[in-house]
Design a protein around this ligand. Structure first.
Ligand code: AMP
Length: 422
């Protein structure tokens, strides 16, 4: 992989060599071709991945292949430091092209910024507040902007700049290319993108943002109450197709049997099943023969089934990547979907990681009327043997239900035909 594959103007290639870049980074490989082709992009990438060059290179190429001496690219950043950093990368990569960029931010004299804008600087790197001042005073002319980059959009959200960003976008030509970069995926950013971009391509390094059509909820629950909670949720919720994820194949198999006993049409997908069993499970789930499929992560990789209304993480996924992958099975093709995740106290750090990725806390939900009380640990009576006190005697039915007497979850057997777990 080399930078040659991008067919960039030779002066830019010289800039790349001077900067010492030998091979493109993953985000550059993913972003440069569609950006050069004029697509709107939503890029998920952290600082340090080479994301700046990923948008600067297409901008430089675009400027060199069109009319000069006009402000045709705008990069909006949350902080002055980032604006200066981006300006620096532009300087490095554009040396020898005559392309000029200028930074625009508050806290410094406006004189040099005004001069730069008057003289037709070709790339503006700006923080929202000062740029809006210049727009208000008629100094910033943005009518020829063809590419706008919203860099670190999630930080702009955190800093309260989103209304300013929207106002700035309102001053730009509608016919333009918009590139948005963000390290996390808050829904506000998705909404901003939906309003400001045309059919954007999503590119990601490591993480791609979950679709905004999926709503997420955590269900705190004691471990022994997970299965009853799942059954109660299935009972109470209007579902189409439900995909349930467990951490292990044994649990997938056992849970599928329990769900089948409750009267649902259910199948399972895990690595203990043969290829033909897996295929039959998938086909049946796709066709709607099964309402529910219980699966492990490995088995569900690449699963493409339309119309999954709910994904239930019966067990918290091991990684954020797995979380995104699992919940990506619902909300496909702009349909809405729900992602429910059962969490126990042991899952606290995994929950924090997912919330960091989402850029916000996830709502905690409780199923009204469900009895969350954990079963008391069984009191294993100690048996006396000829040799004294032995290990455990037989398990007497001493497990006490903390459920108040007379209140049982009624498990209605669905009228649907019962299918065994196959
Ligand atoms: P960024 O994620 O844009 O802040 O870039 C992080 C660092 O990676 C910067 O110091 C860049 O100069 C450097 N960099 C960007 N692209 C490349 C590349 N293709 N090869 C080597 N270094 C790069």
């Amino acid at each position: 992989m080399s930078f040659n594959q991008f067919n960039l103007d030779s002066r830019i290639v010289s800039g790349i060599n001077r900067a010492g870049y030998v091979t493109p980074t993953p985000i550059q490989l993913a972003a440069v071709p569609p950006a050069l082709a004029g697509h709107d992009l939503i890029g998920t990438a952290q600082t340090g991945t080479g994301k700046t060059a990923a948008f600067v290179l297409p901008i430089l190429h675009h400027i060199l292949t069109g009319p000069r001496q006009q402000t045709r690219a705008l990069i909006v950043t949350p902080t002055r430091e980032l604006a200066e950093q981006v300006h620096h990368v532009i300087g490095q990569l554009s040396a020898g092209t005559g392309i000029r960029s200028a930074t625009v931010y508050g806290g410094v004299g406006a004189g040099p910024q005004l001069r730069a804008m008057r003289e037709g600087v070709e790339i503006l790197v700006a923080c929202p507040g000062r740029l809006l001042d210049h727009i208000g005073q008629g100094h910033a002319r943005l009518g020829r902007i063809q590419i706008v980059v919203l860099d670190e959009a999630d930080r702009m959200l955190d800093m309260g700049f989103l209304p300013d960003v929207r106002r700035i976008l309102g001053h730009l030509p509608v016919q333009r290319q918009t590139l948005l970069f963000s390290a996390t995926c808050p829904p506000e950013i998705e909404r901003l993108a939906a309003g400001a971009m045309a059919n954007p391509k999503r590119i990601a390094v490591g993480l791609s943002c979950p679709a905004h059509t999926v709503s997420h909820a955590l269900f705190p629950v004691p471990l022994p109450r997970k299965t009853p909670l799942l059954l109660a949720l299935l009972e109470e919720t209007d579902t189409e197709s439900v995909l349930v994820f467990t951490r292990t194949k044994h649990r997938a198999q056992r849970l599928a049997q329990q769900v089948a006993r409750a009267g649902y049409r259910v199948t399972s997908l895990h690595s203990d099943r043969t290829q033909s069993q897996r295929q039959a499970a998938l086909t049946g789930f796709r066709r709607g023969d099964y309402q529910i499929m219980v699966a492990t992560d490995i088995a569900a990789r690449g699963l493409d089934v339309e119309g999954i209304s709910h994904v239930v993480n019966y067990d918290m996924p091991n990684t954020v990547d797995d979380y995104i992958h699992r919940i990506g099975r619902t909300g496909r093709a702009e349909r809405t979907g729900d992602a429910y995740t059962f969490v126990t106290p042991d899952d606290a750090s995994a929950v924090r990681a997912v919330e960091r990725m989402m850029g916000q806390p996830l709502p905690r939900r409780a199923l009204p009327g469900f009895d969350y009380a954990e079963l008391l640990p069984s009191k294993k009576p100690v048996a006396r043997t000829a040799h004294g006190v032995s290990a455990r005697a037989s398990t007497l039915p001493t497990q006490l239900s903390a459920r108040p007497a007379g209140r049982r979850n009624v498990r209605r057997v669905r009228p649907a035909v019962r299918f065994a777990v196959r």
